[in-house]
Design a protein around this ligand. Structure first.
Ligand code: PLP
Length: 392
């Protein structure tokens, strides 16, 4: 990745960790065989995958046999939602702020979308009453609630969600999309209440196009790609050996350094948010409550997330000016067309469409420096001032 003056789009993808890149290059150079084969180079490939599986399982808090390697977060999410419904007929469901890799699948399958509060978390009362009202109807077989939101960074307490399910839909599987959470939270404990957990390597310093779904023993899941029966029949297709071993290295480094990274990046994020909000009026930090002394409380968000709604600007124009200034940022989640769809996340938490048009997601990562943060804050202030002056 060509890193510009300030790269603040780590939630879209984060640079590969040098250790992961080195391991990937080594695996590619080894010309490993097909891990399903029986000769020596096939066995070497299989061993490399087995070691990666063991290592990843340890940081994810599951058993090696519960890890299903996929082609990324989207495939893991699709497998979770479609796979449960195919194994156990009933309704699938998710919160209104899920990534499209979950939300679109639930909608395509005619499932239920649960409302969220203004804090960005699934509304537990609405979930409880919605599930209770369904008794006698088709059962809800899956509830998907993301551990950390990709736009606004809000963290969900999955044990509270599981508690509601235990009361009203004890057989429902809890799936969590932990794609954005992994860099910042100990997924082995935070996602423990979930039977299915999705992760994606390129969000934590691994390569793009590889991820995993944790399928805990006993969770009903029907394969969605049939063929060679790889991944114990749960995901056919020759595994991406080099990608998988690199992902395992990235995951291990991330977990080992997580506490220090979170502390350092949270300080940078606070500096960034405060530098912008203190110099511009009509800027609100999304899903950040303010205490009685006027201090923002960002503890409910992951450390790398700074999301702002800026009055009087259009995010497309703002992103253009920021790009020209060498600052990589985004408005909502990235999508293939590069178009800026109105954010379903901001709509779900009750942010007016007009204000949502000025949304800006600045996401930090392990490589973020103080100089980048200061340059980005200056560029945001200058660009917003310029746009507002033009609009006046
Ligand atoms: N889920 C979340 C929360 C994401 O942020 C993303 C990527 O932006 C995905 C799923 C999709 O992951 P991938 O890009 O690996 O398909």
């Amino acid at each position: 990745m060509a890193v510009p003056g300030a790269y603040l789009d780590h939630a879209a993808t984060t640079p590969m960790r040098p250790e992961a890149r080195a391991r990937m290059v080594e695996a590619l150079a080894d010309d490993l065989g097909n891990p399903s084969g029986s000769h020596r180079s096939a066995r070497l490939a299989r061993r490399a995958i087995d070691e990666a599986r063991e290592s990843l399982a340890e940081v994810l808090g599951c058993r090696p046999g519960e890890v299903v390697f996929t082609g990324g977060g989207t495939e893991a999410d699709n497998l979770a939602v479609r796979g449960v419904q195919a194994a156990r007929p009933g309704l699938v469901s998710c919160s209104a702020v899920e990534h499209h890799a979950v939300l679109d699948v639930v909608e395509a399958l005619g499932g239920i979308v649960w409302p969220v509060g203004t804090d960005g978390r699934i509304d537990l009362d609405a979930l409880a009453s919605g599930l209770a009202a369904r008794s006698g109807g088709a059962p809800v077989v899956l509830v998907s609630a993301m551990l950390a939101n990709n736009e606004i960074g809000v963290i969900t307490d999955l044990s509270a969600v599981r508690g509601v399910l235990d009361q009203h839909a004890p057989h429902a599987v809890l799936h969590t999309d932990a794609v954005q959470a992994f860099p910042w939270l100990d997924v082995s404990s935070a996602a423990a209440p979930a039977g299915l957990v999705s992760v994606s390597a390129h969000k934590f310093g691994g390569p793009q196009g590889v991820g995993a779904l944790v399928v805990r023993d006993g969770v009903p899941l029907a394969a969605q790609s049939l063929g060679g029966g790889q991944e114990r029949g749960r995901r056919s297709g020759t595994q991406n050996v080099a990608g998988i071993v690199a992902m395992a290295v990235a995951a291990r480094c991330t977990a080992d350094e997580r506490a220090d990274t979170v502390a350092r990046v949270a300080r940078l994020r606070d500096r960034l948010a405060e530098s912008i909000t203190s110099r511009l009026d009509d800027v609100a930090e999304t899903a950040v409550p303010v205490d009685s002394a006027g201090r923002p409380d960002r503890s409910g968000k992951v450390a790398g997330s700074c999301h702002l709604c800026i009055g009087g600007v259009e995010n497309e124009a703002l992103l253009f000016l920021l790009d020209q200034a060498g600052v990589a940022a985004s408005a909502a989640s990235s999508c293939a067309s590069g178009a800026l769809d109105p954010s379903h996340v901001l709509a779900a938490i009750g942010i007016e469409r007009d204000l949502a048009r000025g949304s800006l997601r600045l996401s930090l990562g392990t490589t973020t420096t103080e100089a980048e943060v200061d340059a980005a804050a200056d560029a945001v202030v200058a660009s917003v001032t310029r746009l507002r002056r033009h609009a006046a």
